[in-house]
Design a protein around this ligand. Sequence first.
Ligand code: 4LM
Length: 394
Amino acid sequence: MNYFRTRAVHAGHGVDPQTGAHAVPVYQTSTFAYGSAERGARLFGGEEQGFIYSRITNPTVRAFERKVADLEGAEDGLAFTSGMAAVSALAFTFLAPGDEVVYLGPLYGGTEGFFEHLLSRFGIITVDAEQAGGLEAAVTERTRMVYVETPTNPTLRVHDLAEVARRAHAVGALAVADNTFASPYLTRPLEFGFDVVMHSATKYLGGHGDAIGGVLVGSSERLAQVRGEGLRHVGGCLGPQDAFLLLRGVKTLPLRMEAHCDGAEAVARFLEGQPGVARVYYPGLESHPDHPVAARQMRRFGGMVSIDLEGGFVAAQAFLNHLELFTQAVSLGDVESLATHPASTTHALLPREQRERQGISEGLVRLSVGIEDPRDLIADLARALEALRSPALR
Ligand code: 4LM
């Protein structure tokens, strides 16, 4: 299986050997009989590999892990009940008091909140490289992890992944990329030297807005450590029913991503230059400062578009309230188009000055462009922009 589209359908599983079931069955079981006390001892002692308990591993979940690992070009994968469970398991496995995490902000507000508010309480030092004069200045001998999103949420920056991995490795730190926005169809950070890739599988991997999940991919050795510590002891395991939905979703990832990219490109081009729109953030536009990096690292430019509206929060609220086809909701990567105001939702926990520094202004609206016909989406956006020009709002 050489090609991504084939692997998206077939990788990670085959026909069920016992029953011939064509779809991976939902192994809705908490525990697995080991048959004899001797085998139980071997399984628990690590001398034999097998299913023991669904917090640690489950066959439906395993199929999902293997499929994502294949698509990212990784040795192995490890699934969690959410993206946040994946991030926290990774941190609890590899970080200790006195260690430093350097990240390139902004990140998803939940991840940045986890770093700044929770990890810091455990004596782990967290540094936003963008506020500390760049990666070179921020990375020190104590840096154990360098963390980036590609592209970033919600300002769609695209960092040079090879350069970030090089700087992380120069001090022996783990290079971690949250590839949620790109998906492995558009970017594979391991190919640029990253050690671990993380996904909120809730988004493009699942794709249908019906399941929450997270996944890490990387070397078998590293992931075995996370399975044994961050997953086993913290316990954020993915359930088999959600694994089934995510597994089904991933099969159409390449087809959906092409449609998301078609829609986002059309929407971004339409929005650029519209009266009332101060700025359009989309890495596929030549006007985007990271366009050359994105063109090197990404197959296409993704399904997310952010816009800065003149008139701040009042304009953003009015614009959102006039959308009819876009649903006002957080999350992203669903087949349905979604729209949100990051400053008051996904990034509301961050202090306002920090948000402003990171470009998350009061007028910023984030669009997750679905797979609908772009002409209908543009008509919806045009209608909402027209409403902003009404005399009452001027
Ligand atoms: C949102 N995002 O932005 P779970 N990494 C990235 C994300 O965007 C998210 C997570 C991790 C949004 C959720 C409300 C780049 C989430 C966290 O939600 O824990 O699966 O992933 O709208």
